[in-house]
Design a protein around this ligand. Structure first.
Ligand code: NAD
Length: 501
């Protein structure tokens, strides 16, 4: 067994899950490319069996009072606190995130559990004034049914928890198909969740895991007993999933690709902006849905900003995410690296000039792993390559002369996830966050576009899919609304004054 494989065994043992070393499919770590586990994938039959068991569990879970359901999520949060170090390290080994981000990912799971436990006592409906005397109108929120969660490799466990913590307190079973590039963290998380479900006395089959790629995802998407598909991943995936779910009148919640920008106004605090930009653009090796991919900078400060960024990029430690001090880890696999190279070739053809980075590094030490330098490219305008999401650390720099032009450039991409403006001009800040400003689901002022808190609703518009997860009233996506009119009078007045007989 390889060194990292042995480490995985140790971490699984600490978590109390059987080590994943039997199965037909190899699991590799992006840190070295070495094999770290073996697993078996599911097939259409096992998808059907898991969904059926979850559907069966729904009847009992739906009738369990919501605050009692909250105890399961409380227990999940408690166990995640206990296993934060082990699970965080697994995230680093399997997804290539630096240690602090691996731990941060598990912290995000703990945070959403805290939010969901409180929510389990606050699933409030409205009481509405009725036009009829002796009548009361109200809304109730009822459990929806089986929630199918499809997740991406780059937030291998947090995305499941955003969905699962809310779906469970809302009264729904959860069947999860994680990314085929992040199965081990999913298996460890599933073991923790299963333990929490047992302690809470939840019905069998309430929480299920399916391993596999697109075929297994499709079987889940098409299953008539899955009430909601919550799918996180590329816009390509969303385009395939949405019509299939719609064809059977299921519900879907999509969290798809982003092409996030920051506007740098002449009044920006550049010291603060540079720190925010470097974290948002180079952190997680550019593999966050909210990664900063475009800077739209006022011409008067463009040279200064680009110089400062290039200097900062030159000092970023690239290497194993497990090493102390590393800030930039590997890309997930060869395909991601090919995408990085292709985007840089296209950028050069479209008039771009690479001003920092651009190279693969550590190739001699790790021929099967893909480490690249975070890269800055000055572009003559918003060309085709700038309008697409390349899931790698490439930051395009565009220049503008007036704020309206900056906003137009900002919104002129198909995606609409996250955005920010760096300015100390109150008017610009307010315009950016107004309806006439950023068209994204997230619009920040004087912080970068990445690194959201769970208290706010998370998601974006346009090709990002329109879904919202996490805080605010995102829980409503996991419930169905019933409007009730109760007549406590002895008459039967009809609405709109209609007389009948
Ligand atoms: P991906 O689209 O390749 O895969 C995502 C998931 O979808 C995987 O589990 C995959 O097996 C599954 N899948 C793919 N095609 C499917 C199909 N036709 N039917 C059913 N399931 C299918 O994405 P990825 O490479 O894992 O992740 C990177 C992408 O995810 C980026 O575009 C990123 O922006 C996006 N992302 C978005 C958010 C968000 O909240 N908006 C969060 C994380 C990642």
């Amino acid at each position: 067994m390889t060194d990292l494989g042995a480490r995985v065994t140790d971490l699984f043992t600490r978590i109390g899950a059987p080590p994943p070393h039997a199965g037909a499919q190899q699991v590799r770590s992006p840190i070295t490319g070495e094999t770290i586990g073996r697993v078996d994938h599911d097939d259409a039959d096992s998808v059907g069996a898991r969904v059926q068991a979850a559907h069966h569990a729904f009847a009992a879970w739906r009738d369990t009072p919501a605050p009692v359901r909250g105890r399961l999520v409380y227990e999940l949060g408690r166990l995640l606190r206990e296993h934060q170090d082990a699970l965080g390290e697994l995230v680093s080994i399997e997804a290539g995130k630096i240690r602090s981000e691996g731990l941060g990912e598990v912290q995000e799971m703990i945070d959403i559990c805290d939010l969901a436990v409180g929510l389990s006592r606050q699933l409030c409906g409205l009481t509405i004034a009725s036009e009829r005397p002796g009548h009361r109108m109200m809304e109730q929120w009822h459990p929806l049914g089986v929630v199918g969660v499809i997740s991406a490799f780059n937030f291998p466990v947090a995305v499941w928890s955003w969905n699962a913590a809310l779906a469970l307190v809302c009264g729904n079973p959860v069947v999860w198909k994680p990314s085929e590039n992040a199965v081990l963290t999913a298996m460890a998380t599933h073991a923790i969740a299963t333990q929490a479900a047992r302690t809470a006395g939840a019905p069998e089959g309430l929480i299920a895991l399916l391993l596999g790629g697109r075929d297994v995802g499709t079987a889940l998407v098409d299953h008539p007993d899955v009430a909601l598909i919550s799918a996180t991943g590329s816009t390509r995936m969303g385009r395939e999933v949405a019509p299939r779910v719609a064809a059977r009148f299921g519900r879907y919640l999509l969290e798809l690709g982003g092409n996030n920008a920051a506007i740098l106004a002449p009044s920006a605090d550049l010291d603060l902006a540079v720190r925010g930009i470097v974290f948002s653009a180079a952190g997680t090796a550019g593999q966050r849905c909210t990664t900063l991919r475009r800077i739209i900078v006022h011409r008067s400060i463009a040279a200064d900003l680009t110089d400062r960024l290039a200097t900062a990029y030159g000092t970023l430690p690239i290497g194993s995410p497990l090493d102390e001090g590393t800030l930039v880890g590997p890309l997930i696999n060869r395909r991601a690296y090919d995408g990085f190279v292709a985007a840089l070739d296209a950028a050069r053809e479209q008039g771009g000039q690479v001003v920092a980075g651009g190279q693969r590094v550590l190739q001699a030490e790790h021929p099967d792993a893909y480490y690249v330098q975070p890269t800055i490219v000055r572009m003559p305008g918003q060309t085709a390559v700038v309008q697409q999401e390349t899931f790698a650390p490439i930051l395009y720099v565009l220049e503008y002369d007036d704020f309206a032009e900056a906003l137009a450039l900002h919104n002129d991409v198909p995606q609409g996830l996250s955005s920010s403006v760096f300015t100390t001009d109150l008017r610009e800040a307010e315009i950016f966050t107004s309806a006439a400003g950023s068209d994204c689901g997230i619009a920040n002022v004087n912080i970068g576009p990445s690194g959201a808190e769970i208290g706010g609703a998370f998601g974006g518009e346009k090709d990002t899919g329109g879904g919202r997860e996490s805080g605010s009233d995102a829980w409503k996506a996991y419930m169905r609304r019933a409007t009730n009119t109760v007549n406590y009078s002895r008459d039967l007045p009809l609405a709109q004054g209609v007389e009948f007989g």
